[in-house]
Design a protein around this ligand. Structure first.
Ligand code: UD1
Ligand code: CA
Length: 451
């Protein structure tokens, strides 16, 4: 069965108190709307339609960055959830199959839950996702009769008896796309809110002799975000779940609550992550690697048995081969560290290749930027870069070459050569002692003058 996702993301999110549309606020490095898309990804949707309204341009740009094929439907006025879904009709022209409606501000629906809904469609025409609410508050209530979902009543419309129900509507709907649109055509807005309620489709379906049921998930999955405090709560919930998953997958987190993960962080088995490590987007760590405390990583790949930090910063394009090592206060960007190579201390390596088993001394800088353009540095296998070497790119250091400490390397160094590019040392016998005497006298004079 082919599937289409319809993600409602038109709402303003007044309580966020933000210029940014609500669904673009991020959890674990991805906008909430992208989380909703990822929830649906396991169903391999043939089409994804995002219903936009407030901040439509911004939402489109952010969604396209994640999925260039996503389609958009503008809901100029927010007249209710059924009206929002109706806007997706044109974008689903020519699509045959099931549509799943998700909310852009409900980021945690699990793929297995949507799979269960898709499976329930074999027996029922309309499938609604419900949850047992600890505090049902103002949620819509599901009125069940055995397996049959009789109707959904919005809180505002509900009788006292209905308000006492604790099985609530999450908002997620699954139905054949034609059925869905034809039911929505019949939805009116004669209700307490004057809105077109998507929830009305259940009663309408049953009036037509169609069947409806509910799949039930945990309340945590249906967590919606309406305020900054709820956003922080959602972030904490995501982090807790992602950390637990990593540990289950065989990764050691020494102090899990201090490790910050991203929506797409991958870490292989038997890797160890020390305290206070931050993972930005696009990080993959293979197995048996060690990420030491206070390191910050984004857009990088770390191979088996490589070691990073403490206090390392790996920026996008950092690629660490097996058994390589990046030590404290080292920054890498768009640079490859080949097998067994080491940058142990206090260095910046950007736009570079460091060959296998090469060693970069403390305080080395690849001077990659001339103020206008970026240039490449290439360091050969087994090369030894002396401490405090400036490598003025573009420049090449050959295999098994050396640079002397403090060198400013502006032209290529042939393989196996030693490059010396610093002022020659001169020693003046006895001059230090004379200098000390002179300085002490000066100091005495000054303190006399002051009193
Ligand atoms: C809705 C459900 C309610 C359910 C609750 C779960 C209806 C009528 N009610 O209520 O049964 O318990 O969600 O959270 O469906 N949106 C649009 N365009 C609109 C209206 C809404 O895009 O015209 C989007 C919102 O941005 C939001 C989502 O749809 O992401 C839900 O809308 P909201 O107004 O929050 O619905 P509730 O009243 O909470
Ligand atoms: Ca809501």
């Amino acid at each position: 069965m082919s599937t289409a996702l319809i993600i409602l993301a038109a709402g303003m999110g007044t309580r966020m108190n933000s210029d940014l549309p609500k669904v673009l606020h991020q959890i674990a490095g991805a906008p909430m709307v992208v989380h909703a898309m990822l929830s649906g990804a396991s169903l391999s949707p043939e089409r994804t339609v995002i219903v936009t309204g407030h901040g439509a341009d911004l939402v489109e740009t952010a969604v396209r960055a994640h999925d260039p094929e996503a389609r958009f439907a503008l809901q100029a006025q927010q007249l209710g959830t059924a009206h929002a879904v109706a806007q997706a009709r044109e974008a689903l022209e020519g699509f045959d199959g099931d549509a799943i409606v998700l909310y852009g501000d409900t980021p945690f629906i699990q793929p297995e839950t949507l799979e269960a809904m898709a499976a329930a469609r074999a027996e029922h025409d309309v499938v609604i996702l419900g949850f047992e609410a600890a505090d049902p508050g103002r949620y819509g209530r599901l009125v069940m009769n055995g397996d049959t979902l009789e109707k959904i009543v919005e809180f505002k419309e509900a009788t006292d008896k209905e308000r006492a129900l604790t099985l609530c509507n999450s908002g997620v709907v699954c139905a054949d796309v034609q059925t869905l649109f034809s039911l929505i055509d019949a939805v009116g807005n004669d209700n307490a809110a004057g809105e077109y309620y998507l929830t009305d489709i259940v009663e309408l379906a049953r009036a037509r002799g169609l069947t409806a049921t509910a799949v039930v998930c945990s309340e945590a999955e249906t967590l919606g975000v309406n305020s900054r405090a709820e956003l922080a709560g959602a972030e904490a919930a995501f982090q807790a779940r992602a950390r637990a998953q990593l540990m289950e997958d065989g990764v050691t987190l020494i102090a899990p609550e201090t490790v910050h993960l991203c929506f797409d962080t991958y870490i292989g088995r038997d890797s160890i992550i020390e305290q206070n490590v931050v993972f930005g987007p696009g990080v993959t760590v293979e197995s048996n690697a060690l990420i030491r405390a206070f390191s910050h990583l984004e857009g990088c790949h770390i191979s088996q048995r490589a070691s990073v930090g403490p206090f390392a910063r790996l920026r996008p394009g950092a690629e660490l081969a097996e058994d390589s090592k990046v030590g404290n206060f080292v920054e890498m960007k768009n640079a490859t560290l080949e097998e067994g190579a080491k940058i142990n201390h206090l260095s910046y390596v950007g736009d570079a290749r460091v060959g296998p088993a090469a060693n970069i001394g403390a305080g080395t800088i690849t001077c990659n930027y001339d103020g206008v353009m970026k240039h490449h540095t290439d360091i050969g296998a087994g090369a030894f870069i002396g401490s405090n070497t400036m490598l003025v790119a573009p420049v090449k250091v050959g295999d098994y070459a050396m640079t002397a400490s403090g060198s400013v390397i502006t032209s290529d160094v042939p393989a196996e050569a030693l490059a010396l590019a610093r002022a020659k040392q001169e020693n003046k016998p006895g001059l230090a002692v004379k200098l000390f005497k002179m300085l002490k006298k000066q100091k005495e004079k000054r303190s006399k003058g002051a009193s």
